[in-house]
Ligand binder design. Structure first.
Ligand SMILES: [Zn+2]
Ligand SMILES: [Zn+2]
Length: 387
């Protein structure tokens, strides 16, 4: 049983030695009584004891009554962000925490909410009510850091993850963008914190579109396979993932296809996270091949041998990878060139597969004729396991 009399007499002892504001006073006893409003309880105790409100609170130096300043900063800063949940982390002057500890140990008070918890709770309650959003401890859309030491407020939105596919229907667009040479991709004043400062590649075009659409600072793209600047990416396109850093928007209202001057984004979707496991895929690819010596159609028939054995790929690291190709079709184009259509596991370096540099067997070795791949295009890129 909780004895109100004990609480009042404890409070009397504390107030005799220290001035406390309603919030701090109420907090010392609220959990015992199971009350939510610390301020109300503090007021009540004070009126029973006929004590006036002190000018300055011993514990918080009246910080609890100045939360409005932080709140208005939070409203202002979050105004441009889309969010439905948030979390607050307060940083207090260590002296406040010390004085809070001192009171608890001196008067042997147990099971009391910390002043930090109280601030988070109080601000959270008021901010949530006004913005119609909720506190989320696990996965909030935005996190506020309220630094009472420096009187600063910082807002950090959770990154947003997307999946999509892209097609590329003109040649001459590289896949990747060189990072900003000032900051090497970290983000700086020169690149407006994007990490890249030019937008002529597939990466640049997609990233620029995403910054603008989601008000994001950076778009980090994870590619499923790679291609040459001269390659086309046709069919349903190449899958990719994007992580948007500091997005202002979190919802998507876009069409099925977004055309970006030679590149198109398709099936853009918001996802929970980017898969961390290795993603296996298979591509249907067309290669244009030139041979050093004259080639006969009858020799090209040997290409089918490639379907029956794994292709060994030796990497610089000394690692050997094995990949498979299948469904080979070929067409002689001239006495020194042919085209090849096939399905290949992701990770077959197509140019090396032609000339045979650290790849066996290769087109060169099978045909016993030095080959060179001039252009390769993708007709389909399919994930071998659905995500
Ligand atoms: Zn106080
Ligand atoms: Zn930069």
């Amino acid at each position: 049983m909780i004895n109100i009399k004990t609480i009042i007499s404890d409070a009397k002892k504390i107030l005799k030695e220290h001035n406390l504001c309603d919030n701090c006073l109420g907090r010392l006893f609220a959990s015992k009584l199971g009350l939510a409003s610390h301020q109300k309880l503090g007021k009540k105790i004070r009126s029973i004891l006929r004590k006036n409100n002190p000018k300055s609170c011993f514990i918080c130096k009246n910080m609890m009554s100045k939360l409005d300043t932080q709140l208005s900063k939070m409203y202002e800063m979050s105004h441009d962000y889309e969010f439905s949940s948030f979390l607050i982390g307060a940083i207090l002057q260590p002296s406040i925490l010390d004085r809070d500890d001192l009171i608890r140990s001196k008067f042997k008070l147990q099971g009391i909410n910390s002043i930090k918890g109280d601030i988070n709770r109080e601000i959270g309650k008021r901010f949530g009510r006004r913005t119609k959003t909720t506190v989320d401890y696990q996965n909030p859309d935005i996190v506020f850091t309220l630094d009472f030491k420096k009187e600063e407020c910082e807002i950090k939105p959770k990154p947003l993850f997307l999946s999509g596919r892209y097609t590329k229907n003109i040649r001459g667009i590289p896949q990747k963008q060189k990072p900003c040479n000032q900051c090497r991709g970290k983000g700086c004043y020169v690149c407006e914190f994007h990490g890249i400062s030019e937008f002529y590649s597939v990466e640049g075009k997609i990233a620029k579109f995403l910054y603008e659409k989601f008000g994001a600072q950076q778009a980090k793209i994870t590619w499923i396979g790679s291609e040459d600047e001269t390659s086309l990416v046709l069919g349903k396109g190449r899958p990719f993932f994007a992580k948007l850093v500091n997005p202002h928007k979190r919802t998507l209202r876009l069409g099925k296809k977004i055309a970006l001057d030679g590149v198109a984004i398709r099936d853009l979707k918001i996802i929970e996270k980017i898969p961390s496991n290795i993603i296996r895929f298979r591509s249907k690819v067309a290669m244009q091949v030139q041979t050093e010596n004259e080639i006969k159609s009858s020799q090209l028939r040997n290409l089918h041998k490639l379907e029956k054995q794994p292709i060994a790929i030796y990497e610089n690291s000394g690692k050997k990878n094995q990949r498979h190709i299948s469904d080979i079709q070929y067409k002689k184009k001239s006495s020194n060139s042919f085209s090849l259509l096939m399905k290949a596991d992701g990770g077959v370096p197509l140019k090396r597969f032609a000339d045979g540099v650290e790849v066996t067997p290769s087109l060169s070795s099978i045909l016993e004729n030095p080959c060179k791949c001039t252009v390769f295009d993708f007709y389909e890129i399919a994930l071998t396991k659905s995500l």
